[in-house]
Design a protein around this ligand. Structure first.
Ligand SMILES: Cc1cc2nc3c(=O)[nH]c(=O)nc-3n(C[C@H](O)[C@H](O)[C@H](O)COP(=O)(O)O)c2cc1C
Length: 196
């Protein structure tokens, strides 16, 4: 077993990490976005498929394209965020599998089973989005994930070909602590887990 991370690292990743609903002025550089991807890409996925696609929205013009699809409660926080990420999934992820998992030809499993392909893209794309949140926290950033938006509108605007589907959004930057919501309680081990 490796050495557990320090208490301060665990605080930063989990215990003290709060969902951001407002942001300070510190920018998120392109170098940081590359560093973020260089971490999250190592998170495990089934057959090493990597269905997630990340659209980093920084410019005012791109924010304006996203704005009409947002739920009203998400507009101000998204406009204030230095970067908003569209976490999307590639519905034809299996076309890249021969390169991503050369040990076994898994492509036919998915190209001949639309339900399995859809479920696999959603499961692993969601995992990769979660890896993005933890990687961002590890780099010292704060995140505000959001599912309050019209996915069909986002897909029509940003993925008109129909191959990619938006899953959720993540605002990233440095949180404005005055905008944190009160911490909600988490389930106890006895409520959420069983040891059999
Ligand atoms: C997938 C997902 C979707 C969410 N959607 C929204 C949203 O649309 N708008 C919003 O303000 N917060 C949204 N949240 C934030 C959650 O309410 C928040 O992460 C949760 O209550 C935990 O808050 P805490 O980190 O401050 O403890 C979402 C979070 C996740 C992970």
């Amino acid at each position: 077993m490796k050495t557990p991370l320090s208490d301060s690292a665990l605080d930063q990743l989990f215990r003290a990490a709060h969902t951001a609903h407002g942001f300070g002025p510190e920018p998120v550089t392109n170098e940081t976005l590359h560093a973020l991807h260089d971490l999250l890409k190592w998170g495990p996925t089934s057959f090493n498929c990597q269905p997630a696609r990340f659209v980093f929205i920084r410019s005012a013009g791109a924010k304006e394209r996203l704005k009409p699809a947002l739920s009203p409660g998400n507009v101000a926080q998204t406009m204030a965020a230095p970067v908003t990420v569209i976490v999307a999934s590639d519905s034809r992820f299996f076309e890249l599998l021969p390169a991503q998992f050369p040990a076994y030809d898994a492509k036919p499993l998915y190209e001949n089973n639309a339900t399995l392909a859809r479920d696999t893209a959603f499961r692993n794309g969601s995992l990769q989005g979660a890896y993005l949140i933890l990687a961002a926290r590890a780099l010292g950033l704060d995140c505000g994930p959001m599912s309050g938006f019209d996915a069909a509108s986002v897909d029509a605007e940003f993925f008109p070909g129909g191959r990619f589907r938006s899953n959720f959004l993540v605002n990233i930057g440095t949180a404005d602590p005055t905008k944190f919501f009160p911490r909600g309680p988490r389930l106890a081990f006895s409520e959420a887990a069983h040891i059999l």
